[in-house]
Write a protein that binds this ligand. Structure first.
Ligand SMILES: *Cc1c(COP(=O)(O)O)cnc(C)c1O
Length: 362
């Protein structure tokens, strides 16, 4: 068996140890005589699996008292809609920071709902979304129900290096492609959400961490599936949850804890990102357009000096077992996603390819 180094933005690479454990447990989970994917979500075994996953996630992120951890479905995209539906609390406006493709979708969803004025407090559009607007330049509304930002723009490769200070207004963040890549002070947030298929686990699971005082205030009232209060009350089991995805994410959480938690994960991610950005910056044949301080540790877009060589670059990369490097269709060029589960050897192999290709064809 040969496994490739998969640089996909998502669904993405998972730790080999986790896949191996899942394979070992596929037919018979812990002597239960059944696969996790065959279990009732209300049975003793799965209840135990879900509780352990939640407990481990709380430990990893040091989630404080007063926050609910929800395992939902519908992706980050459904959160674009659930957030304005649930969090307006009678306020007339909401603030969004526009940093690229995903922020744009979040803003568009809030606008389409039409229940509050959607204020773009800051935008990086003037420089093609290649930086994070300085907090000092944000124009926040007086009466916003929340401030929303996209912690890591998966397509543009732009990441907030710290949590912005917005005072007392609940801070809401799309952390789909960065959650668990570094330690996080959850107490700074009203709500955090992330689709699992980037840095956490398989597609089908969405993680929401929400402060208790923001739940249950939707006005007008919502249908049950759209209301966080429903999922809080039911412990994420109002309807059938994505059981196998929760199980696999739980194995990832346990592995991260065993490997030293998020501080250790951050060190590994810094080392990988430095290796790759250094190679891109060293070789004039490659370029990354993002302001150095705002470069993503997770998603690294880069272009070749001659786009006519893109296909050749990808083909020769694939020959070395380096896959999914084609850039997003809206940006072109290349993109290497180097999530938690990408081993440093994968980044080394990519750097070797960058150097060899530039030497031969550049
Ligand atoms: C992938 C992604 C989304 C969309 O996630 P879905 O799970 O496909 O809805 C939203 N925001 C960010 C930052 C993403 O990377």
């Amino acid at each position: 068996m040969t496994r490739v180094f998969n640089f996909s933005a998502g669904p993405a690479v998972l730790p080999e140890s986790v896949l191996q454990q899942a394979a070992d447990e596929m037919l018979d989970w812990h002597g239960s005589g059944q696969s996790v994917t065959e279990m009732s979500h209300r049975g003793k075994e799965f209840t135990e699996i879900a509780a352990r996953a939640e407990a481990d996630l709380r430990t990893l992120l040091a989630v404080p008292e007063g926050y609910h951890v929800l395992f939902l479905q519908g992706g980050a995209s459904l959160q674009f809609e659930m957030i304005p539906l649930n969090l307006l609390r009678g306020q007339p406006s909401v603030d969004y920071v526009h940093t690229g493709e995903w922020a744009k979708k979040a803003i568009a969803a809030a606008r389409k709902l039409g229940r509050a004025e959607v204020n773009v407090a800051a935008s990086a559009e003037d420089r093609s979304f290649t930086y994070v607007p300085d907090r000092a330049d944000w124009q926040l509304s007086e009466d916003a129900a929340y401030v929303h930002y996209t912690a890591n723009e998966t397509i543009g490769g732009v990441e907030f290096s710290s949590v912005p200070d917005v005072g007392e207004v609940p801070l809401v963040s799309d952390m789909s492609s960065t959650l668990l890549s570094r330690p996080l002070d959850v107490s700074r947030f009203g709500l955090i959400y992330a689709g699992a298929q980037k840095n956490i686990g398989p597609a089908g699971l969405t993680i929401v961490i929400v402060r208790d005082d923001l739940v249950g205030l939707a006005d007008p009232p919502l249908t049950p599936m759209l209301d966080y209060a429903t999922h809080v009350k039911a412990g994420s089991m109002y309807n059938t949850p994505p059981t196998y995805a929760i199980y696999l994410a739980g194995l990832v959480f346990a592995q991260l804890l065993a490997d030293g938690g998020l501080a250790a994960a951050e060190q590994r991610n810094i080392a990988k990102a430095e290796l790759l950005y250094d190679a891109i910056d060293d070789e004039p044949f490659y370029a990354n357009p993002v302001a150095p301080a705002d470069r993503s540790r997770m998603n690294v877009p880069f272009t070749l000096a001659d786009p006519g060589l893109d296909a050749d670059f990808l083909a020769t990369a694939a020959e070395r077992g380096l896959t999914q490097l084609k850039g997003h269709r809206s940006v072109g060029g290349m993109r290497a996603s180097i999530y938690n589960a990408m081993p440093i050897d994968g980044v080394r192999a990519l750097v070797d390819h960058l150097r060899d290709f530039a030497a031969e064809r550049g």
